[in-house]
Design a protein around this ligand. Structure first.
Ligand code: ADP
Length: 755
């Protein structure tokens, strides 16, 4: 008897199997010939022959008999009965085992089995009908003679594991065995049907997709033809498509733009969203996305441009040239962020424009005055109706370049409210660590701002939030002296105004004296903004006269100036003509420059009350109290007068804001003068904060204050000792005309003026 281990096969009784002869040899000494008995032992796992052990086999196998062998060594084997296996022995690759027939429980009548068999056959026949190979399969199914035959011939297709196949063999109840077979066959039919359906559906989907692509290509092609015939009617979609492809957008921007473009295509121009989509694409494609290479910088040329556009401003220009040199060395297009601080009209914005010209880059000015909503910097999300990009991206678009020089004007006028803090958004714009991927909410994709050169301007640093201020390097614009204004007016403002109004050089002459009068009597400012307006007005009036042909050439002199500008004299306080006890000259700073200021004090009969007039702010009122206490302690005798009289302090000049500590020293001197009865010489002016111990502390705005003193005809000025360094910023022509006396203590002033 041949003993043959076999794995993963559905073995059932009364079925014919075919094997190659080789498959059966070598496991026992018995020859492979007709009539020979075989014992098939079912292996639990597929194992190599050498390692087989008795416990690797299932306990039930099947006996069989070789029916015939043909010329090509095909062996036909007929299975007989299920057997219980025992005493397996494996030695030198040969096997022996004992087998005892295992009876089955005959609980399934033959006719019932036949019925089930027919049912299964019908189901299978129906299933194969739809297939091309169905004809062949049909006859194959029809040739099956029994339930077991059918099951075994289909095993390769059935979804059964080796264990399940064994379970079918091992089932003693015939009914249950047949049911297991039926279930496996039905499952096979079902699974095949479902996957066929899925395949069909997939095929349909794919066909549809190909069809769609083909149609779209057709439309594209036809549209292109149409566009070429009528270039004036090219649709928005096509125009944007071309622009997007040509724009050099980064990947994210490209994806977003294409997404919006597709929406635009689907919505059509009747849709209410069309306008919004149009605006977005228009904005995206108007932005410059290409990164320009940094061109080498010519420092000499840069200096020349700066000098051409602006008179004076030596220090500012020096700092700008340094910045340009550093950018050149670093091979970068931006550097530290400069903050120009100074009064209006001192050239802060226009020098930004000169920097752009010096670097051969685009220029754009973005005004931040009054911005209080974060969205104004960072844009609104597109879901909002009327959403717009923020001012930064809008400015970049206007510049038409990705590396412009951007002047952020009036950063000190940013405010914050419930809708977010614009200054923190601005921080992000200016931070080189973050601004290479600045994301405006409207754009919704990052834009690289790292090549933009930002310059900020402000009138004062007081209202700029600390974190923002820390990020910037402050450069002060001191304001111009009368002489500088004269030069600016003559060399820059007048020629520009004449050119703008179309007046030729030889048609209009403005004498130096007329120019001086305009500066001294028509304007009151540190910068030249009003002067520029005046000169513009003058040129327009001149233009009218020239056009009316009243004259062919005009000369504006000091005397006929009012014909052009009207009588619009501005009054600056001049130094007092007579000295009076209790009246002293102080110096004040306003955003328009410096002014002199008189402190007047008077004692009247009364009960020791203090009256303050002249719209003083809280800080200045405190200064009055400090001065009063100080004077009381310094002149205890004379101060007795204060107890019996009312003291009235008045600071005239309604236009000058009076809230700051810098009048402290003037107040002390005025009160000391009042109670000692000694008048202070009108040649003197002073500025400085005082402490209760009589120390003089530093103040701001010294250059403007000294300029005002000099203009008013003052000749001697007391300043706090600690402000000496600021004198460097004061123009020489001012310093030449003043005796500047630095003091550490109030007594130094009093000793000198009340001597
Ligand atoms: P700001 O920004 O400080 O308010 P602007 O830059 O707007 O001042 O200057 C106002 C006008 O004065 C501009 O037309 C500018 O060209 C001119 N200007 C200011 N300073 C100078 C200067 N130093 N030389 C020539 N023109 C000047």
């Amino acid at each position: 008897m041949i003993v043959r281990p076999i794995h993963n096969i559905l073995l059932l009784p009364d079925v014919t199997y075919y094997f190659k002869k080789d498959f059966l040899v070598n496991w026992s000494d018995s020859p492979v010939e007709s009539g020979q008995d075989i014992l098939f032992l079912l292996l639990q796992e597929d194992k190599k022959a050498q390692k087989l052990a008795p416990e690797d086999f299932y306990p039930i196998g099947i006996s069989a008999c070789i029916e015939s062998i043909d010329d090509e060594d095909n062996v036909q084997v007929r299975t007989m009965e299920r057997v219980d296996i025992s005493d397996i022995e494996i030695k030198d690759g040969k096997m022996t085992a004992d087998a005892a027939i295992r009876g089955e429980i005959d609980d399934f009548p033959r006719e019932d089995e036949k019925l089930l068999f027919d049912q299964l056959r019908r189901a299978l026949l129906k299933f194969v009908q739809g297939y091309q190979w169905g004809v062949w399969a049909r006859s194959y199914i029809l040739q099956r003679k029994s339930m077991n035959d059918l099951a075994c011939s289909l095993t390769d297709y059935l979804n059964l594991t080796a264990e399940e196949k064994y379970q079918i063999l091992a089932q003693d109840s015939r009914r249950q065995q047949c049911e297991m077979i039926a279930q496996a066959i039905y499952e096979f039919i079902e699974i095949s049907n479902v996957s066929a359906e899925a395949q069909n559906a997939q095929k349909d989907d794919q066909e549809q997709l190909y069809r769609e692509i083909a149609i779209k290509k057709q439309i594209d092609y036809l549209q292109r033809e149409l566009d070429e015939m009528h270039p004036e009617n090219v649709s928005d979609v096509r125009r944007f498509e071309k622009k997007i492809n040509d724009s050099g957008m980064n990947e994210e921007a490209y994806k977003e733009a294409m997404k919006v473009l597709n929406r635009m295509k689907q919505e059509g121009n009747e849709s209410h969203e069309y306008g919004m989509l149009y605006d977005y694409l228009d904005f995206m494609t108007s932005l410059s996305w290409k990164q320009p290479s940094s061109s080498p910088i010519d420092l000499e040329k840069a200096q020349k441009v700066l000098d051409e556009d602006h008179h004076g401003l030596k220090k500012v220009k020096e700092r700008i040239i340094q910045q340009i040199a550093v950018m050149d060395l670093n091979k970068k297009q931006s550097g530290s962020i400069l903050l120009f601080v100074g009064a209006p009209g001192t050239g802060k914005t226009s020098i930004g424009q000169s920097i752009a010209r010096a670097l051969d880059r685009a220029y754009v000015r973005i005004s931040l005055g009054g911005v209080r909503d974060e969205a104004e910097i960072r844009g609104h999300r597109r879901t909002y109706i009327g959403a717009m990009p923020g001012r930064i991206m809008e400015g970049i678009k206007r510049s038409g370049s990705s590396n412009p020089v951007v002047v952020l004007d009036e950063v000190d006028k940013l405010s914050r409210d419930y809708s977010g803090d614009p200054s923190s958004a601005l921080l992000e714009v200016l931070d080189p660590e973050q601004n290479f991927s600045f994301t405006d909410h409207y754009l919704n994709v990052p834009y690289d701002l790292s090549n933009v050169l930002f310059v900020c301007t402000a009138n004062s640093t007081d209202t700029i939030p600390e974190p923002l201020l820390n990020r910037m390097e402050v450069i002060s614009f001191q304001g111009y002296t009368a002489l500088e204004k004269f030069q600016i007016g003559k060399k820059h403002l007048l020629p520009k105004a004449m050119e703008a109004t179309g007046i030729k050089k030889d048609m209009l002459k403005v004498t130096d004296a007329a120019m001086r009068r305009m500066i001294d009597e028509y304007t009151m400012e540190s910068g030249v903004r009003s002067l520029k307006k005046l000169i513009d007005t003058l040129c327009r009036s001149a233009a009218v006269k020239l056009v009316k042909k009243e004259q062919t050439t005009l000369t504006v002199t000091k005397d006929n100036l009012s014909e052009f500008l009207g009588h619009q004299h501005i009054y600056h306080d001049k130094k007092l003509k007579t000295k009076i006890p209790g009246v002293v000259t102080g110096l004040a700073w306003t955003s328009a420059g410096g002014e002199i200021l008189f402190i007047e004090s008077k004692l009247m009969e009364g009960k020791g009350e203090l009256i303050i007039t002249g719209q003083l702010g809280d800080v200045m009122k405190e200064s009055v109290r400090i001065a009063l206490s100080l004077v009381r302690s310094m002149y205890p005798q004379a101060a007795k007068k204060l107890a019996k009289n009312d003291l009235h302090i008045h600071v005239p000049a309604g236009a000058v804001p009076k809230d700051g500590p810098s009048a402290g020293i003037t107040l002390v001197t005025a009160l000391a003068s009042l109670i000692t009865g000694k008048a202070v010489d009108t040649e003197y002016a002073m500025t400085g904060e005082v402490s209760l111990r009589g120390g003089v502390m530093p103040i701001g705005g010294l250059p403007e204050k000294l300029m005002a003193a000099q203009r008013a005809g003052i000749t001697k000025v007391f300043i706090p000792y600690d402000n000496i360094e600021d004198l460097e910023e004061v123009a020489d022509e001012v310093k030449e005309k003043l005796e500047i006396i630095p003091v550490r203590k109030v007594t130094e002033v009093l000793n000198r003026v009340l001597a």
